[in-house]
Design a protein around this ligand. Sequence first.
Ligand code: NAD
Length: 504
Amino acid sequence: MAISTAPSKKSIPVFSGGNWTELKSNRSGDVFNPSTGQVIARVSFATAEETGQVVEAAAAALPVWAATPVVDRARLMFRFRALLEKNFEELAALVTREHGKTLAEARAEVNRGIEVVEFACGIPGLIAGDVLPNIAADVDAEAVRHPVGVCVGITPYNFPFMVPLWMFPIALTCGNTFVLKPSEKVPLSSVRLGELLAEAGLPAGVFNIVHGDRECVDALLDHPKVAAISFVGSTTIAKYIYERGTAAGKRVQSAGGAKNHLVIMPDADLDQTVKQLAASAYGCAGQRCMAGSVAVTVGKAADPVVEGLVEYAGKFRVGPTDGNEEVDMGPVIRAEHRDKVASYLDIAQSDGASIALDGRRDFKSAGFLLGPSVVDRVTPSMRVWKEEIFGPVLSVVRAADLDEALATGDLCEYGNGAVIFTRSGYAARQFKQHFNAGMIGINVGVPAPMAWFPFTGWNRSFFGDLHIQGTESIQFYTRQKVTLTRWPKADDSHLDPVWRQNRT
Ligand code: NAD
């Protein structure tokens, strides 16, 4: 079997109908290594016409793939999983190179992605339908799941490997074909995923990759042969994708931004809590949709938490991550993003907050580095509380009691994750029941569900009905058909009477 390998990664090709091809478009973007600030590749942006051709390739591959037994589709995922394991270190290094997260964080990301493939391997046991014999006299009812058709995934920069894997292994194993539009900031991991799928033996056209910006995305949203769209990114774009995609008659699941609250009760184990707060807020340089962004201290927890954070995070080794494991925190994705994140420290100060730890330093590196920051005495009217910063800045809000801490969730337009640190079962139960967010952690700093559970963002963190991951995603990527059957007793008078008699 010929293995399909992308020709040149300096200039990043699209993958359409099993072929890697360069785009002719004259619009393009740079791909950086955030550790060095160097441009490592260039990605052309597909025109609407070029995007349409990729969708047509996926549509052409659909009938044969949809008719392939689900067990064979799952077997392909087993082969794909083996290749991901075999290339594990190379994949993690690639994530670090184009994204900038530490190698340890990149390895964790690759593991989380592989778990989704493991879930997809089990789809034959999950996709079976329902039967109710004799639902009416002599009538049997059955409901079975069919693929929806050509599915599209549009993904963000912060998990170049894992977020595409949230989508296509499940869509493909359910019998759909797929077009992936990765973030133009981090397209290299997706190209590698396409190569490994081809190496696993996926037929041409079943999985395709197109690169681009709004023109490409709009062409996907409007294309009549696209049946379903999965999106992950910022809230403004998530809402746009949901509205335009559903207006065009497609099913859409659209995950947006976040502002995750971490409540610290005075009875929490403060040493452990400070470490978990720092890991939550500064892991992946704060560029996670489940990153802790607002620490809500209750009562006398405030001072020790702020002092502990300043001491602990103040010692973080911040530096280039590519080829360097001696680092606690890496760069952010772009110089402009670093400057935007840093500008929130000035905004916080002018709004009346105090900077307990300032991550702005002279790093003497061309990488996009910014150290961890702690902003204390933040109040609801301040922009650092309301807006998603998506960088290593943790705001501290001081609440008097648990009720006041719970109320902070109602002031937040997002609703991804929320965490409580406590030794009290009562406080934990109140929090779980009443905090206004869809993914709850109890003494777990980043309560991101693993592949077997849905990623249940609430409020403006999610637009749609069926979430990404878990069995909800099987529902999203399939449509049901219900058949009612009646077989009347045959008129068998023409049969041999002796045989008829023996038969009964
Ligand atoms: P983004 O919204 O800028 O980009 C996401 C995707 O949308 C990319 O593929 C991009 O090319 C495309 N896009 C950007 N602008 C567009 C436009 N005007 N029209 C059409 N398409 C457009 O997000 P990002 O900066 O890449 O990623 C960070 C964001 O993603 C954060 O807000 C983060 O919270 C969010 N995120 C959410 C989740 C979740 O599960 N809720 C997970 C990861 C990241």
